[in-house]
Design a protein around this ligand. Structure first.
Ligand code: URA
Length: 431
């Protein structure tokens, strides 16, 4: 493809004009090949952040990112007739939902090809969580993935380097140029990977609140609508739920701690918010895949989701019955006063788990499997001064002080009898 020039593409967007299809195809392909320099792509990303893109431009940008790599597909006959359906969450604190959700939806008759990532910053990554299971491996070949989808119904694994490579390069650049927040770029980044993955249906869990990328409902709604339109334009049945992320999900944040809680959910227990969101998202995924006849709540209760979980873990080399790693040291943080817990800030809990060693600052950093934060109360609960509010877990006790520091500002305790105004878990639905 010739006839374009990076400066002319940048100035088009700088001057608030729409990019042509040809300009978009060229700039993404040339950037992926290394012919458009990082500083030129940075300028273009900033122009997009400031001046936006229309629906046609976002759709074409997404197509160009998909075309930079392979596009997977799952022939129905190889899956024993199971329709494919997937979920994407844009990241939150204590968000372990993929772990119980994928086997649950598979137990209801769908195939779930879930390509996941490792965590960066204060939100955890699904692969880091699963890697705390002894023996479990994230890397699965295309053939293994197809075979496991047909036999077990669910795979959670790492995306190969050949899936939307343009996005990998552009995302790393956006991270260091203050351009992550551009809604057209977030939407095309997420959706290029999900469309290239080949799922037939997709449910987006768009997190809103202090612990999420999107801090307010109106920008989350705009992101959700943009992604639903992209999915629809590309033939993927897509719906989005906006869900609360001012408060962490469940009672744990940290890799092995979250696996333990997910297994509790699969065993029919677990924290009510994790169970509610898992079942709600499962119903949406099944409906989007055209499988309305089965109630996922029944599959949790009768143990079939747990059976699928064990088979899914074993198929990737893991031992679902082996003890999970635990941190070498723990420390209890007590409630500072008597009263009702009315606020528990998700961002602060995420940062505390990260400082304890559960997350990484750079993508090559290791994570501690046992590190994290256990919460003993959620908003709405009565607490007593001096009683445990958190238990901190880490292998390196010199990390406790910095975690405690951030948690000190995380809780709000109101006098006994106060009735906190708790947000609903599901704030809106788009699609
Ligand atoms: N997650 C992605 O994959 N891409 C973004 O741009 C933001 C979150």
């Amino acid at each position: 493809m010739t006839g374009f020039d990076a400066v002319e593409v940048i100035t088009t967007k700088r001057d608030r004009k729409a990019l042509s299809d040809g300009q978009i195809d060229w700039v993404i392909a040339a950037y992926t090949r290394g012919e458009v320099a990082d500083e030129q792509m940075s300028a273009l990303a900033m122009a997009v952040l400031l001046n936006g893109m229309d629906r046609r431009e976002i759709s074409r940008w997404t197509d160009a990112m998909i075309a930079s790599g392979v596009r997977m597909s799952f022939p129905a006959e190889a899956l024993g007739g199971r329709p494919t359906t997937d979920k994407h969450s844009n990241g939150g604190v204590g968000d372990k939902i993929t772990l119980p959700l994928a086997p649950l939806v598979a137990a209801c008759g769908a195939a779930v090809p879930q390509l996941s990532a490792r965590g960066l910053g204060h939100t955890g990554g699904t692969l880091d969580k699963l890697e705390s299971i002894p023996g479990w491996r994230a890397s699965v070949s295309r053939e293994e993935m197809l075979a496991q989808l047909g036999s077990v119904g669910a795979v959670i694994c790492a995306a190969g380097d050949d899936l939307a490579p343009a996005d990998k390069k552009l995302y790393a650049l956006r991270d260091v140029t203050g351009t992550v927040e551009a809604i057209p770029l977030i939407a095309s980044s997420i959706m290029s990977k999900k469309i290239a993955e080949g799922t037939g249906a997709l449910v987006l869990d768009v997190k809103v609140g202090s612990g999420a990328f999107m801090k307010d409902v109106s920008s989350a709604r705009e992101l959700a609508a943009t992604m639903v339109a992209l999915g629809t334009d590309h033939g993927v049945r897509t719906v989005a739920l906006l869900t609360d992320m001012d408060t962490p999900l469940g009672l744990t944040a940290g890799n092995a701690l979250e696996v333990r809680e997910s297994v509790e959910v699969l065993a029919g227990g677990g924290p009510p918010d994790v169970v509610e969101l898992t079942v709600t998202l499962a119903r949406e995924m099944l409906a989007a895949a055209g499988l309305d006849g089965v109630d996922p709540a029944d599959r949790l209760a009768d143990g079939t989701a747990m059976d699928v979980w064990k088979r899914m873990v074993r198929a990737q080399g893991g031992d679902p019955d082996a003890p999970l790693p635990t941190a070498r040291e723990t420390q209890v943080v007590a409630a500072p006063a008597d009263g009702v817990l009315v606020g528990l800030d998700a961002y602060a809990v995420g940062v505390a788990a990260w400082r304890l060693g559960a997350g990484r600052a750079r993508k090559e950093d290791p994570v501690q499997a046992g590190a994290g934060v256990e919460m003993h109360a959620k908003p709405g609960a009565e607490v007593r001064g001096g009683e445990p509010l958190f238990t901190l877990h880490t292998d390196e006790p010199d990390r406790f002080a910095r975690a405690e520091e951030v948690l000190a500002g995380a809780v709000i305790i109101a006098p006994h009898g106060s009735r906190p105004d708790l947000p609903a878990l599901v704030l809106d639905r788009v699609g």
